[in-house]
Design a protein around this ligand. Structure first.
Ligand SMILES: NC(=O)c1ccc[n+]([C@@H]2O[C@H](COP(=O)([O-])OP(=O)(O)OC[C@H]3O[C@@H](n4cnc5c(N)ncnc54)[C@H](O)[C@@H]3O)[C@@H](O)[C@H]2O)c1
Length: 388
């Protein structure tokens, strides 16, 4: 049996989720074409790295990610660090001939994202970005319906990701509140997921954007400890650190060749836990997805007797082989960690069989181009065209 050795860089929330995902993927999908083994985890100090490795059941911990990149036994470098580290770790890993699985957003600038995608293509290594929401097989139904032309011509796309996970002013200041580390506020953090829905579902280009960013929470208490963002972690009540990333954004966009849309994103919408979704309107029908009904998709076809027209609710189930690998019946439903396991499986299968993984670094660059255009639009108070 072939194994693929993985080194995870960053032992916070995503580091832990990725470590769990390889195990789930191995159990759900079996040992072929390769069995993933998380061999080592890195964090900024040995104490943090060892704590993460112990929690995740990983044998080895290192305090310097370069030890992972240099290790000839490692096949895949898995990047779960704050955004500002993605470029350095990925470029070093690619230069060492490693396959790279990187969390979103791919990088903090378009230039960095392009550099990463170019280098990986030149070196011939497999890459993947953690746009996990699109791994939910229910979006395959949506993508197929659009590709078959069931919606007719796309006229409007609405993309939403609102939450209140950062609305508490007493949460400690983290890298997500620091523009030099995060690279962007909500657009790169959660808007990147909206954009991954768009590029996954609609085979169209965004031509131009008009973006308004809002800064709601001016500062947060200084962190009391290093390491990962922990849900609900409170900071030092006597010292506050300025917030340099935005908390909310609204974006209007126009599609090349006709059609338009909007995105709304927030991390501080009090009372809204996780409102993620899309509506895709066409001349002959429409689609609606709402994360609160995570396995369902609503399709409307503008045909037949008018009094019989209405949305049909489709529920994802074991007719999809990836769903079936995890669950034998549709009613139980898959959740966030299951999509992460499907993502890990996608990377393992791609590396083991030598095919490209999806979505790859070039996809990540495409998303980054919109993030960048949104930031420029806000700064210029104007519509900004994307390249191409
Ligand atoms: N796909 C998703 O749904 C999703 C969800 C959350 C976060 N993310 C992305 O995952 C990445 C990590 O986010 P997170 O929520 O896990 O953050 P986190 O703060 O929970 O964890 C980050 C970890 O990286 C460590 N770290 C920082 N610098 C490092 C370095 N130089 N070397 C090694 N380790 C280092 C930190 O100490 C921390 O343990 C980010 O890029 C984020 O945007 C994606």
């Amino acid at each position: 049996m072939r194994t693929l050795q993985i080194g995870i860089v960053g032992g916070g929330w995503m580091g832990k989720v990725h470590a769990m995902s390889y195990r789930t993927a191995r159990s759900a999908f079996g040992p072929e074409p390769a069995s993933p083994v998380v061999a080592v985890m890195a964090d900024v100090t040995m104490e943090l790295a060892e704590a993460a490795a112990r929690e995740c059941g990983v044998d080895r911990a290192v305090a310097d990610w370069r030890r992972i990149v240099e290790d000839p036994q490692i096949d895949i470098v898995d990047i779960c660090t704050p955004n500002d580290m993605h470029l350095d770790v990925a470029m070093a890993a690619i230069a060492a001939g490693k396959h790279v699985y990187c969390e979103k957003p791919l990088a903090n600038t378009v230039d960095a994202a392009r550099q990463m995608a170019d280098a990986a293509e030149q070196r011939g290594v497999t890459t993947m970005v953690g746009f996990n929401y699109i791994q939910n097989p229910v979006h395959g139904l949506a993508r197929a319906a659009i590709a078959r032309g069931e919606l007719g011509e796309i006229t409007y796309v609405k993309l939403i990701f609102n939450s209140d996970f950062m609305s508490d002013r007493n949460l400690q200041h983290t890298w997500r509140n620091d523009i030099t580390r995060a690279g962007s506020g909500v657009i790169g953090d959660i808007g990147a997921h909206c954009l991954s829905y768009f590029y996954h579902l609609v085979d169209r280009e965004i031509e131009e954007v008009l973006c308004d960013l809002r800064f709601v929470i001016p500062d947060h208490p200084a962190p009391l400890s290093a390491g990962a963002f922990r849900s609900g972690a409170q900071g030092d009540p006597n010292r506050r650190v300025p917030n340099t990333t935005d908390d909310m954004a609204t974006v209007l966009f126009r599609l090349r060749g006709g059609g338009s849309g909007h995105m709304e994103m927030s991390r501080v919408s009090t009372g809204v836990r996780f409102d993620i979704g899309y509506e895709i309107i066409g001349t002959e029908g429409s689609l609606r997805y709402d994360y609160e009904r995570i396995n369902d998709l609503d399709l409307y076809r503008d045909s037949g007797p008018i009094e019989r027209r209405g949305f049909t609710r489709m529920r994802m189930g074991p007719t999809d082989p990836r769903y079936a690998a995890l669950l034998p019946v549709s009613a139980l439903g898959l959740g966030y960690n299951d999509y992460k396991a499907m993502e890990a499986r996608e990377m393992i299968e791609a590396v083991a069989t030598g095919r490209p993984a999806y979505p790859d670094f070039r996809f990540g660059q495409r998303v980054q181009e919109v993030v960048d255009a949104c930031q420029r639009s806000h700064a210029q108070h104007a519509w900004v065209k994307l390249p191409g």
